[in-house]
Structures are given as structure tokens and as C-alpha cells.
Design a protein around this ligand. Sequence first.
Ligand code: C5P
Length: 240
Amino acid sequence: MTAQLNPRGDVAVLVPAAGAGVRLGPGRPKALRLLAGEPLLVHAVRGISFVPSVRTIMVAAPAAEVDAVRELLAPVAPVQVVPGGAERQASVAAALAAVPTGPEIILVHDAARALTPPMLIDSVAAAVRAGAAAAIPVLPVVDTVKEVTGDELVLRTVDRSRLRAVQTPQGFRRSVLTAAHAAADDPLTDDAGLVEQLGEPVTCIPGSEYAFKITRPFDLALAEHLLAESPGQATRTLSS
Ligand code: C5P
């Protein structure tokens, strides 16, 4: 029997959480690093659990930490935990393969985006429910962007007005994500990229600054600061 949140929900959320977190500096796997006294993964899963249409949460954990992650998340929400892979894409594929029949909308959400507002997760699912094959949250790029050579010489300046920084959760019709992973060869850094390779349309919706990815020590400090300023941020944004 699969652990479920809302048995009538139409959404499964895959949470790749098997990364080492090298860019955060030495320490535990990234999803288990502490933010305001709790692992990043706990914050991320709690946020997902506030979304009423979520039926299943499938976490891909570091292989050596599967039991520990199961114990850690038991008091937070009903989740299933599978061992992740060497690349993010393999971790997502492992979680996808374990989703039981039922949910027809699949979201993929990085554990590292620990402060993502539940409202954003809900909006991505709603875009797929409304007919999108794939929907991704994006923000405009604020910096000027330059393409450079391997020697750090500028090749050209890119027109930023048509560039978007892409976040998670990324949402997919189940059949689309399954086909995209089945056709994948080289690992990509997001799942929408695999869907693009299939030639399926990917719809952009407005992202949230709170959905930033905690990657470097500065990001962790920023997240600590935001939580100290507004501890109820995640729950409040669902009803706002
Ligand atoms: O590597 P990056 O910071 O982009 O990772 C994004 C997400 O993918 C993180 O939540 C990380 O834990 C996860 N990941 C994974 N398996 C890997 C590498 C990264 O689940 N092998």
C-alpha cells in the first residue's frame, strides 16, 4: 500500500534529493544540511504537503541515506523514498519509475528549493491540468549575460529580454514525462529540457523569488535570513 496524502489528488511530486552539495562546502548530502535547525528536505517536503491536490510524494535520496530519510520524513508527511542516481536525471528517473498508477500530473521539484511557496507548486499543477504538456516557473534574467570562450574572453552579449531563469517545480502530463525520460540519452540539468527534445511545447508561468535553489553558502545564509524574518512564509503564500 502506497503512502498517500490526498487519495483523490491528481498530482505526484518527485523530489530529487540525492545530490552531494559540493558547492555548499564539505558536509552532509545537500538535502540533509540544516536550515533553521531542520534539513532542507524537511522544509521542501512540508511545503509540498500543503498543496491539496498532491496525492503522492516520491523522494530520491542518497543511496546510503534511504532509511534515515524515511525516518526523518515520517513525522512530516506520508512519502516514499527510493535510492537516487549519480546524476540528477537518474534520480528523477528512479523516482518516476516508482510512482504508482493514479496521478496523471507529475511535478519534479528540487529539494534544494526549500522555501518554494506552496502557491507556486499549485500554479504549476494547475497549468498542466488546464492542458499544458509541460509547465515551468521562470523569472526574467536581471543581469546582462555574456557568452565567453574557455579562456574567459567575451564572445558576445546575449539579448536578455528573451532569456528566462528556470526554477522548479516543473510540471508534466505523466505520459509526456515518461516518454521524455525513455528517450533521454545525455543527462540534462532539468526535465523540461528532455521534453523539448521530444518536440513537445513547454509553457512558462511566473516563478517566485522564494523558489531560489540553495546551492552556495550565500544562498543558505539568505534562506536563514528569510525564515528568521518571516517564519510562516510558506503557509501564508498558499492562501494569499
Ligand atoms: O546539482 P543541483 O544543485 O542542480 O541539484 C538539484 C537537485 O537535484 C537537488 O535537490 C539535488 O539533491 C538533486 N540531485 C539528485 N541526484 C543527483 C544530483 C542532484 O537528486 N545525483
